[in-house]
Design a protein. Sequence first.
Lengths: 311, 273, 326
Amino acid sequence: MLSYLVRRILQTVPIILAVAFLVFVMFSVIPGTFAASLSDDGRAIVDVTVVERMNKEFGLNDPLYVRFGKYVGQLAQFDLGMSFRTRQPVTKVLADRMWPTLQLSFAAMLFAIAIGVPLGFIAAMRSGSFVDTISMVVAVSGLSLPKFWLGLLLMYLFALVLGWLPSFGYGDGSLRYLILPSIALGVAPMALLARTTRAAVLDIMNADFVRTARAKGMSESRVVRWHLTRNALVLILTTVGLQFGTVIGQAVVVEKLFSWPGIGSLLVDSVTLRDIPVVQGAILAIVLFFLFVNTLVDVLCAVIDPRIKYT
Amino acid sequence: MKFGTNLMLGGALFAMVIIAGIFAPWLAHTDPVMAADLMYAEEPPGSAFWFGTDAQGRDIYSRVLYGARISLTVGIVSQLINTVIGVCLGLSAGYWGGWWDDFVNGLTNLMLAVPSLIFALAIMAILNPGLTSLLIALGLTNWSFTCRIARASALSLKSQGYVQAAKVLGYGDLRIMLTQLLPNMLGPIIVIGTLGMGGAVLAEATLSFLGLGIRPPFPSWGSMLSDAREQITTAPWISIFPGLAIFVTVLGLNLLGDGLRDILDPHSRSRRA
Amino acid sequence: MTTKPLLEVEHLRIDLAIGDARFAAVQDVSFTIMRGETLGLVGESGCGKSITALSLIGLLRPPLNLSGGAVRFDGQEIQNLPADEMRKLRGNRIAMIFQEPMTALNPLSTVGRQIAEMFVLHKGKSWAEAERLAIEALVSVRVPAPERRVKDYPHQLSGGMRQRVMIAIALACDPDLLLADEPTTALDVTVQAEILDLIKDLCAARGTAVLMISHDLGLIANMCQRVGVMYAGRIVEERAAEEIFQAPRHPYTNGLIASLPLLGARARHGRQRLKEIAGVVPPVAAFPQGCRFHPRCYAASETCRAVDPVETHLPQGGFVRCHHHV
């Protein structure tokens, strides 16, 4: 078991390195430098000497391979460089933004699981009924809704018309601020989970071993609890893992819409401002989190399902 | 849902959007970009302006119609690029195996490790905003599913008798791949392509909403919504209609994809939900 | 013997619902099984053998349902038993084993636990006690190293071993009746014989009656005292095993026996093409008028096309359902 865990973690190392390389190369060929972009924006008038000084300060005049060598060296020490704009270490900037993003993603997934799994379960139990049809309509609609539009509608209804909840921002970090963005972010994974759960439960309900369980004289509720739930769980858990990653990616747009101070809105702002070290750092952080969750889910599945070999 | 309902409903919705896009110049009431009249800013929906007007006094109905052109172009073209990349890589990797297969596998794993929206966003960050950049960003970042399916079917098909027979007959690799393998994997690939198209439409709207896709004043549904946020208190209809258009388009494509899967790829039905 | 039969099935009817339409997938099926007796049900796939067995213990799932007839077990009518009464019977007094040893066991539970479940469910044992009994159950089905095997998951066992586990589960509570639905079809030929011997020995030792379902006439001949031949949802001939194989009365039975490859007498007459019955079993919704076998029957006449034959009881016991029975 431990060796399986270690192996799974080691497997992610080449991917992390490859992503780091990709991110570095992409943003090294970027046309236009940060300093030049300052004047582009028309926010500040920067003369040539300042541009020159900044390029020198950030080492932007060195050849590409020198810069990548330096970059990897820094990465190994968990140093992601300095923000061009705020001159703070990127790691610190990211650390400040990490918690709100985690909060938002977890809340969204919690919403998705709490609604999606029971919905799919009920739909499968009453397959072909009115309830089934309605939940599948809800599911396919949920998958088709643009998050930012859903967010806008929620904001309009619950914040502006009804005045129940704050319309945007992080506020004091209380739950009230979290509700609307996490619903906007959670509806799509909720829909997908409902569909996956329904399909998994239907699959298993017709499985031979469930028939065996009934032939043993097991009560229907026990069949559902003991045989059905556990077997469906593996499939559901895999989906939850994959969706968690997607949610972290999609959080970008929801954070931006709700002015949520997370990694996502940091990424968008930094892209607009061409603050390359922060962009690189934010992408790496998101990928790392994504890999972490997926590895965790794989390990959990291996614990539940003896067929997954530890070798 | 009854068999075929998905297909019919999805097809009808998607056809509606295509018609709106193609005939936009005839269906629209005004020019989507130029016809701004501040005298009529933020008019609510009515007989003159069916969907109301925006902060610049432009007719939202006309802008939504023209927006279909951008969404459909991006959705169809970028998904075509994805499909071609995915099929080429997956088919050749599955058929040839060896180091090429390892390489493609690694590349696919890399693509799967980065959320596709983040990847597209990064590409948009280094290119200039606009239609071409969107096609590149979305066309290069969503082929991993297609690739996996193509690889898996190539692997299972290549040991089949008729493929072996074609080899014995001296058919070239390329000919075998195109005439023997490809036709037998089209079903699932079309299904993934259709669903992916819905994803691409959503991604375009998202990037444009973030200001990294189509820039105003061009009428992309995403960028229209980005402007609308400012007026949500005074003119909520500006937010309603472009979003509804995205929803209808993506819903149509999703239903169409589900319906096609029921017909073309019935075995995987339960698996991929 | 004058004792009461263990199982009496009378005029069983199973409906298949397609949309609003109902079709009789099984119709007018009657048979009895005495204590300790083995009855075989034989026929091609799709003729209703398996669903007949499933219906006896209330395991039919929509779109199939038991819509008529009576099932009497040990003198008690059980076809309309409330769910939890039926549950006490199921597994405990009537057990069932299935065709697919690969999928019939839960992949996420150890085999020990799946056997132990029976003792917990029906005998009120604690899990610890039940786990110990599970080892004994594995010993009785001749699984080597049972103490280690109980901790294995199904995917770690071979097909034959899994079927032994299934038998251990089925016989755990000493049932009066075992429903064996193609128990060896999915296994290697060499393993088949071992499993059949095991079922035969264990049931004989415990006095368990068996309803053996198979499409394999050789197997049925070897295992059963009496045989019912099913075709298109009906029993077309039911007689003692020796009689039916020596002198089949129904053209379908005749066809089935003629299609067997024999190494004995017939082989000596030189090479012969195996005879086959032309055509296939019709789908439930398309059962023909008159005798259901007539489209494939060599002896079919006008009467067969128009009139549904009734059971003709034979003087030496058993019956045949044919206008032209030989």
